[in-house]
Design a protein around this ligand. Structure first.
Ligand SMILES: [Mn+2]
Length: 306
């Protein structure tokens, strides 16, 4: 029976890591979501799925500090979820329908954004499939605004909506930019905890990873969302809302390897690259390496469990 994946997903001329085919049933379904309609500063996230795919085919497939290669991960890149520009509700609906089908097919959805709002669609889709994960958000921002520029559904408010609509529990790691209202919300909310970027530096990556893992130990399932602005703009300048004071490449990749090695992870995404503000291509390259690293770490953890 044809489903929403047949209706909404279109093949693209390049695939993540150059994977053309996988033996047996893929464990990870990669999907681009070229959407950027609520971008408030630097836009163009709709071009990121192809830029990150292009970077990925020009990188070697080895993990950093991980004994594995992305080539061994049983992933399949189905293409992009075709979403209408300017219609955030239709985008969320299509992403949630496709992600639901992937989850019901016992595969792990791996989204390449697009702006951060796409994560709300993924969480809705997982919830419809009976998966209610706790969320680890690696992000310079809380994304907890009640509304942003009059819009309730945006890259700056998706996590607030996920808490309100889905009862999501979340930890935001690397945060360092917020307004008073969302900081107040984060401080009193039982649903959201956070580890500021400065605390990651003080604690160290290992201790931060352990803190995140102890949070996830209370949850049946987990979801990892990586906003590329979590890295310092020295390493990832091409993002929608760059903010100084982020993690460096080695800190970031080590932390992601720790967190993604959570066997209960049911989905992940990487968002907010803006290729036209990424003249050197460094941000897309780092996004591709980051996604490789997360996939290898999770695949190794899941293989150990089998
Ligand atoms: Mn974000």
């Amino acid at each position: 029976m044809a489903g929403y994946r047949d209706l909404y997903v279109a093949k693209r001329p390049l695939t993540f890591a150059g994977v053309e085919h996988v033996e047996g049933k893929p464990g990870y379904i990669v999907l681009g979501v070229p959407f950027d309609s609520t971008a408030s500063y630097r836009s163009g996230q709709r071009f990121a799925p192809m830029a990150i795919r292009e970077a990925s085919v020009n990188l070697e497939g080895n993990g950093y500090m991980l004994d594995g290669f992305v080539d061994d991960v049983n992933l399949y890149d189905e293409g992009d979820i075709i979403v209408p520009h300017g219609n955030v509700h239709e985008m969320l609906s299509r992403v949630s329908r496709v992600v639901r089908e992937v989850a019901e097919d016992a595969a792990t959805p791996v989204l390449i954004g697009g702006e951060h709002t796409v994560t709300l669609g993924a969480l809705r889709g997982l919830a419809e499939a009976g998966v209610k994960p706790c969320v680890v958000s690696l992000d310079a921002h809380f994304d907890l605004r009640s509304e942003y520029m009059g819009e309730r559904y945006s890259h700056a408010s998706w996590l607030r909506r996920a808490v309100e609509e889905l009862g999501v529990k979340a930890v935001v790691v690397g945060v360092r930019a917020y307004d008073k209202e969302e900081l107040g919300y984060a401080e009193v909310s039982d649903s959201v905890s956070y580890i500021p970027a400065w605390a990651v530096r003080t604690l160290g990556v290992k201790a931060t990873g352990l803190r995140v893992k102890s949070f996830l130990a209370e949850c049946r399932e987990a979801y990892l969302t990586i906003d590329m602005d979590f890295f310092d703009p020295a390493y990832a300048p091409g993002v929608g809302n760059p903010e100084p004071g982020g993690l460096d490449v080695h800190q970031g990749l080590q932390l992601i390897a720790e967190i993604a090695s959570t066997a209960t992870l049911k989905g992940m995404d990487i968002v907010e690259v803006t290729p036209h503000y990424d003249q050197s291509g460094a941000s897309s390259l780092l996004a591709a390496k980051t996604l490789q690293q997360a996939l290898i770490a999770h695949w190794l953890a899941a293989s150990r469990r089998r």
